[in-house]
Design a protein around this ligand. Structure first.
Ligand SMILES: Cc1ncc(COP(=O)(O)O)c(C=O)c1O
Length: 465
């Protein structure tokens, strides 16, 4: 066994130790993979995840994932499986579905989608025919690939009519209504990946109801906030809701599809259409170990402390947004109502999102480059940076820590204030290569990385939540 144990000295109560103590067989049998698991655990412990779609699951969720449920095929649904030996699987899936129904207040849930993208695909299959028109938020305005981005199969198989945000990051419902009346979409998506403001479900419902379209909320980002009472629930307004389970909801990588009472009133067969769209339409057997992990996460979300977690996510995001604004940064929409902040870096030059993404990564602050509404730069070199507070909040970080994070970002911005990212390809490559070299040679980065690590070691990733 040649796994490197020295990290344990400083992280005695953390997830690292739990990981280490769980892995004795893996370390003996496959030390290469064991070492990679430990290296990734250390990377997560010693750096700060500010990517709003990431989080740290509990030890209980991780334990549920690493169980014998991974060995079992269970194509079909409880009581009607294609394979023998599913009496326990049936009890598991039924329990998890009931928990989801209770938590989100809906009459039907499917917990089998492998992840968010397959869940969204299944909704198309269940609700509209190939070639039918649908509307979704444009990727460059913060929509997801599966909401109709041109490179996604969703835009190849169905007719995508994207709607966009205004330049100040707001929904334009008048324009949306015009588009809907012109194109008569059968399905309208609301929700997205880079939306810092509350989503006004009722306004979307007016548009969808005016043209008789299915309204589907993709709450992947904010499911935990909704479950914790920190964002209004879409359930009274939409027909269907999809969500990943691994973002603010803090479960394993997976997804759920929910049908609301309004959805049942529109089409009583919607649940069975969605069941059929998942299997046999789009997937095979469910990943039962993931279903078990989702069940654990739902149970955690039903505990009183989850409300506090959801409120603290938003509190931390406000603190980070305020501190960034005080430091002179521009934020899309001027701030945030939820877990997410979108910095518009274009006042200091377009296309600089990449610089911040790589520079902060070197310091141990993990955020991601992102387009801003009406971005004048290409999607690969966008002008924004997307930040979020779910993972920091899970670690127990506070508003004071968010001020420190903003100060590090400001120090970095000052450090690179003279670097521009030109539109010319060759010149851009030259400048970015020089920048990448400086990440290794410039002592500024190692110093800041040490400061970030010191903060992170005060907040080990908890083994339980
Ligand atoms: C709003 C939204 N929907 C769907 C997805 C897709 O989820 P997955 O990556 O699990 O396929 C994401 C992931 O980022 C998302 O943000």
């Amino acid at each position: 066994m040649n796994v490197n144990h020295h990290y344990t000295e400083t992280l005695s109560t953390s997830r690292f130790v739990c990981t280490l103590s769980r892995m004795s067989r893996l370390q003996d049998q496959d030390p290469d993979i064991a070492q990679l698991v430990l290296d990734e655990t250390r990377r997560q412990e010693d750096g700060l995840t500010l990517i709003p779609s990431e989080n740290h699951t509990s030890g209980a969720v991780l334990e549920a994932l690493a169980t014998v449920f991974t060995d079992k095929y269970a194509e079909g649904y409880p009581g009607r499986r294609y394979y023998a030996g599913n009496e326990v699987a049936d009890r598991l899936e039924t329990l998890v579905v009931e928990r989801a129904k209770t938590l989100f207040g809906v009459p039907y849930v499917n917990v089998q989608p492998y992840s968010g993208s397959p869940a969204n695909f299944a909704v198309y299959l269940a609700t509209i025919d190939p070639g039918d028109a649908f509307m979704g938020l444009d990727l460059l305005s913060g929509g997801h690939l599966t909401h109709g981005w041109k490179a996604s199969a969703t835009a190849k198989l169905w007719k995508s009519v994207p709607y966009r945000l205004t330049a100040d990051g707001r929904f334009d419902f008048e324009h949306m209504m015009k588009l809907a009346r012109e194109h008569r979409p059968k399905l309208i998506w609301c929700g997205g990946t880079a939306l810092p403001r509350t989503i006004p479900w009722a306004e979307f419902a007016k548009v969808a109801d005016a043209v008789g379209a299915y309204l589907v909320a993709d709450i992947s980002h904010i499911a935990g906030l909704i479950a914790g009472g920190a964002h209004e629930s879409p359930m009274p307004y939409v027909h269907v809701t999809t969500t990943t389970t691994h973002k603010t909801l803090r479960g394993p990588r997976g997804a759920m599809i929910m049908v609301t009472q309004k959805g049942l009133d529109k089409d009583a067969d919607l649940p069975s259409k969605i069941d059929k769209a998942i299997i046999p339409g789009f997937q095979g057997g469910p990943h039962l170990n993931t279903v078990a992990g989702i069940g654990v996460a739902l149970h955690e979300a039903m505990q009183p402390g989850f409300k506090d977690y959801a409120a603290r996510i938003v509190e931390n995001a406000h603190a980070l947004a305020d501190a960034l604004t005080e430091a002179g940064f521009t934020l899309v929409s001027g701030g945030t109502d939820n877990h997410l902040i979108l910095m518009d870096l274009s006042p200091t030059g377009i296309g600089r999102g990449m610089l911040f993404h790589s520079g902060l990564e070197r310091m141990g602050l993990y955020a991601n480059k992102n387009a801003v509404p009406n971005d004048q730069s290409s999607p690969f070199y966008p002008s924004g940076l997307r930040l979020g507070t779910p993972a920091a909040t899970t670690r127990g970080m506070t508003t004071a820590d968010m001020k420190q994070v903003a100060s590090w970002i400001a120090q970095f911005a000052e450090h690179v204030k003279d670097i521009q990212v030109p539109a010319d390809k060759a010149e851009r490559q030259r400048i970015l290569k020089a920048f990448d070299r400086s990440l290794i040679t410039d002592p500024f980065y190692e110093t800041l990385r040490g400061e970030v690590r010191n903060l992170c070691r005060r907040y080990p990733i908890p083994a339980s939540q």
